[in-house]
Design a protein around this ligand. Structure first.
Ligand code: PLP
Length: 410
């Protein structure tokens, strides 16, 4: 008899976005003529940069020829992409990385979800609240989260509230924890940490022997000079942090699937016998066993982002979305709503008026303004009373969506 991993049975019944899809579908069935404006889900709308398309065509031609055909590639990723990442994303910020510290993946979701495999099931952990759901769910799956109480919280998870009161910047945990997930620029609140703020987390981790998983999927949206792009800009971070990045929102790779994870050689965790073990060889071993590499064609496309044309095209796309974010923020504020984010991140975190609950405001906006948002409470208890809007739509849809919301709230 095969016994099931019962931790899976503890997972929340259905995923936030499928609940939203169900509600949107029932609206569409009852209102077939109404055009909805979707400002909810964090998927991009702009096509891939032309440089990526060109690189892929070339790579496809290579695959068509026996002399240049590529089969399995290195599980860690091709050196051409790893070198481009080090040269463009890290070296200019004074961060030196060895190629063996960079692992190309099929995106940040897999890596944020899988990284916990390196750690014993009984480590304590902390997440910000609200939070990208993958961090908690992947820990529920291996039993690390403990048991769930009536308020939905897990016994072995420390929740770090991000509220209007603290400017959506969480306080350090009041006690020591083994593992902390941080995401900056943040999904869903759109906030960032300055260098001084991020340094506090690195210092905490160094003082408490805590492992930080730093999800920088939205790094490309950073605009302000005092916001670090990488956690390794903070001294000592290589001893305590894994950094995870994605090409999804940087260059429209949501359907292509490519990202990368940095596991520095200095980074260690302990055995019960207090021996220090480097995590880099463990992640390498894990990837070699369970992952057979991102496709050659995709990695060539990712490499093209770092060419002069690719860089310009990526910049243009990000500017496109951030112009949306500005229009949306200004329009929502003019409608009397309180909005954070949207400056160094493509997300707007919008306070619902008059203490209306997240789901209620979501439904009102859907039925009365015909705009789709994401209920903030879906990201954690402290998301109650908020909705998240994304700037990833077309200019036209973002303008129309905000016009509808303004008319509705008049
Ligand atoms: N991390 C965060 C914070 C995200 O918001 C997302 C996607 O929405 C991901 C990771 C997943 O990125 P990828 O498409 O690379 O899997």
């Amino acid at each position: 008899m095969a016994l099931v991993n019962e931790h899976f049975l503890k997972l929340p019944g259905s995923y936030l976005f499928s609940d939203i899809a169900k509600k949107v579908n029932s609206f569409r069935i009852t209102h077939p003529q109404t055009k909805l404006i979707r400002l909810g889900i964090g998927d991009v709308t702009r096509p891939l940069p032309a440089a990526c398309i060109e690189a892929m065509h070339k790579a496809v031609d290579e695959m068509a020829n026996a002399k240049t055909f590529r089969g399995y590639g290195p599980e860690q990723g091709y050196p051409f992409l790893i070198e481009a990442i080090i040269k463009n994303d890290y070296a200019p910020r004074g961060i030196r990385l060895d190629p063996s510290e960079v692992f190309i993946s099929d995106g940040a979701k897999s890596d944020t979800g899988n990284i916990g495999e390196l750690l014993r099931w009984d480590n304590s952990m902390a997440v910000t609240d609200p939070v990208y759901p993958v961090y908690v769910d992947s820990n529920i799956m291996c039993g690390r989260s403990g048991t769930q109480s009536e308020d939905g919280k897990w016994s072995n998870v420390t929740y770090l509230p991000c509220t209007a009161g603290n400017g959506f910047v969480p306080d350090l945990p009041a006690h020591r924890v083994d593992l902390i997930y941080l995401c900056y620029p943040n999904n869903p609140t759109g906030t960032t940490l300055t260098k001084e703020q991020l340094k506090k987390w690195v210092d905490y981790a160094l003082a408490n022997d805590t492992l930080l998983v730093f999800d920088a999927a939205y790094e490309a949206y950073i605009h302000d000079n005092n916001v670090p792009h990488s956690i390794y800009e903070i001294r000592g971070a290589k001893k305590v942090a894994i950094e995870i990045r994605s090409f999804s929102k940087t260059a429209g790779f949501t359907g292509m699937r490519c990202g990368y994870t940095i596991v520095p050689k200095e980074l260690t965790a302990a055995t019960l016998g207090n021996e220090r073990i480097a995590l880099n060889p463990l992640w390498n071993r894990r990837q070699c066993t369970k992952f057979n590499g991102t496709s050659y064609i995709t990695q060539r496309a990712a490499e093209a982002i770092y060419t002069p044309e690719g860089k310009q095209q990526v910049k243009d796309t990000i500017e496109y979305y951030m112009t949306n974010a500005k229009t949306m923020k200004e329009g929502l504020e003019a409608a009397g709503l309180s909005v954070s984010g949207g400056i160094n991140a493509p997300y707007l975190w919008v306070k619902t008026p008059e203490k209306v609950g997240s789901w209620k405001f979501f439904e009102q906006m859907l039925y009365e303004a015909n705009v789709v948002s994401t209920p903030g409470v879906g990201f954690g208890p402290n998301g109650e009373g908020y909705v998240r809007l994304t700037a990833f739509g077309t200019h036209e849809d973002c303008e129309e969506g905000i016009r509808r919301i303004r008319n509705w709230l008049k």
